[in-house]
Design a protein around this ligand. Structure first.
Ligand SMILES: Cc1ncc(COP(=O)(O)O)c(C=O)c1O
Length: 386
């Protein structure tokens, strides 16, 4: 079956949060992180077969899925895990909040993370009361290396969890083994739980290896909750299917108890989609990576050619972090909307000098978005010069 990255996909009227925001407006939706691509045909088939069964009661952990996850971690990250370490979780954000709740229960309600970062790493679910939260003003130095010294200074006796995003949304960074080792040493020194959100780890565009921080040593593994999912990679985020890998049995038990009480379990359709993704989706994923690499190259070349805007090279994800500081805008996101491009506001991630562009879309749409971005930047530069 042909893989459909090329042809137009019409998402209007499909309850897509991304497309609904700008329904009936001439604004291209390039914000929330899902892609405008049809999923692999084998995933559609697996979903259809499950629904054809006709009974959709509660599911349970599927041993085939657990074994596929174990094989996936071994093959792609040389990380040896056991099926019993896996807790299927209905979404990564829920896993982040459960990790926060575990730390809070230990009397350490504050989390620490490197800003700018995906909003749910820096803020907890509003129903959970955490006092004394400490977050980092600037997690990176000029060369986008982790600002470990500043991180250490921000850790207090109330800090219980390090929230890592690897690869890092929104800056598109893939952490090296060396960087992760230094970060892990800091966590061990301060006895922090490490909750690593690795949701984008199968979307590496520059060939760097993904290193799950928990794979570094037994000591690190025992304090880690690693969150992964087929959702971003295979474009099935609407199915709420993710998993946590938790080698420490006590922490795993606590995580499972909180999860069942608060957010329930992965649904049966999502499990079947995940099985199909890991079993049959590799050639689709490789084609996707190629398509995204070309989109990424196109953005980099265009942005490099426009005065007044710049970007950090994207190593992973389908998200470009665009620096528009020179344009001196109070609300950059709104400004670009006025020119017909709906991106994510940098402020949501902790830095108002940026906007985030989702390039998981057809190239024709991306080209049009880049034309509009260029026009918006040129007009502003002109106005500033007057
Ligand atoms: C880093 C990161 N974590 C988690 C999520 C959301 O995960 P889920 O939909 O499984 O809760 C996203 C979505 O954009 C993300 O970028």
């Amino acid at each position: 079956m042909p893989i459909q990255f090329g042809p137009e996909v019409n998402r209007a009227g499909s309850d897509s949060i991304k497309w609904k925001r700008y329904a009936n407006q001439d604004i291209l939706p390039m914000w929330v992180a899902d892609m405008d691509f049809h999923v692999a045909p084998e995933i559609v088939q697996a979903i259809n077969e499950r629904s054809d069964h006709g009974v959709l009661g509660y599911g349970s952990d599927n041993p085939e899925l657990m074994n596929l996850i174990v094989d996936h971690c071994q093959k792609h990250y040389q990380w040896t895990i056991k099926p019993e370490w896996i807790v299927l979780t209905p979404g990564v954000v829920k896993g982040l909040n459960i990790a926060r709740a575990i730390a809070a229960k230990k009397g350490k309600p504050a989390g620490i993370t490197a800003l700018p970062v995906y909003p749910h790493l820096k803020q907890h679910a509003p129903i959970i009361e955490f006092e004394n939260q400490t977050f980092l003003a600037n997690g990176f130095d000029q060369s986008w290396s982790l600002n470990l010294k500043e991180m250490a200074q921000n850790i207090t006796e109330k800090t219980g969890v390090m929230l890592l995003c690897n690869p890092h949304n929104p800056i598109g960074k893939v952490y090296s083994k060396q960087e992760l080792t230094e970060l892990a040493q800091l966590c061990i020194k301060h006895d922090l739980i490490i909750c690593s959100d690795d949701i984008h780890c199968d979307l590496i565009l520059n060939g760097k290896p993904h290193v799950p921080i928990a794979s570094l040593s037994e000591d690190v593994a025992q304090r880690s909750i690693t969150l992964m999912a087929p959702s971003k990679t295979f474009n099935i985020a609407g199915l709420d299917t993710a998993f946590a890998v938790i080698p420490n049995p006590k922490m795993r038990k606590q995580y499972s108890e909180y999860m069942y009480g608060l957010v329930g379990h992965v649904n049966i359709i999502g499990s079947q989609a995940a099985i199909a993704a890991y079993k049959y989706g590799e050639s689709w994923r490789l084609e996707l990576i190629e398509y995204l690499q070309k989109n990424n190259q196109l953005i980099q070349e265009r942005i490099d050619s426009i005065k007044g805007i710049s970007m950090r090279p994207v190593e992973a994800t389908y998200l470009a972090w665009l620096n528009v500081e020179e344009l001196k805008l109070d609300n950059p996101q709104k400004y670009f909307e006025e020119f017909g491009v709906g991106m994510s506001a940098g402020a949501e991630f902790g830095d108002n000098r940026y906007v985030r562009l989702n390039f998981g879309c057809q190239r024709s749409l991306l080209k049009e978005a880049l034309n509009r971005i260029e026009k918006a930047v040129q007009e502003r530069v002109l106005n500033l010069g007057k």
